[in-house]
Design a protein around this ligand. Structure first.
Ligand SMILES: [Zn+2]
Length: 116
């Protein structure tokens, strides 16, 4: 048996925090929040990010300010897939990516809208 990898926290709870924010409760007891808008903008799928250059193919202006998740589903043991009110549903958010993004946003290190 492989030991369970513990370097990346696993979300125990993913829930709607408000009309604009999603709340994550992680298995290391941290809680992080991120706006739906940020989460949608950070979609890493091939439609949103060029697979070769890793450059965003979407602009911040192209995202609706009041975009919301319609459906959130856990994919395997490493990611969630989100379906949005704008019809987008190919985005998969790995836990390590989510953790970093939401933690940075929660701690005010980034407002999430700056390209990296
Ligand atoms: Zn996408």
């Amino acid at each position: 048996m492989e030991p369970i990898k513990t370097s990346t926290p696993i979300p125990l709870k993913i829930q709607k925090h408000s009309e604009k924010e999603m709340l994550f409760v992680w298995d290391n007891h941290e809680q992080t929040k991120v706006s739906y808008f940020n989460l949608r903008f950070h979609c890493n799928c091939a439609e949103c990010v060029d697979e070769w250059t890793r450059k965003k193919r979407i602009t911040i202006e192209s995202i609706s300010k009041d975009v919301k998740p319609v459906h959130v589903e856990v994919v395997g043991r490493y990611a969630i897939q989100i379906q949005w009110t704008d019809g987008h549903k190919t985005g998969i958010y790995p836990f390590d990516f989510l953790y970093k993004l939401t933690k940075d946003v929660t701690e005010g290190k980034t407002n999430g809208s700056i390209e990296q």
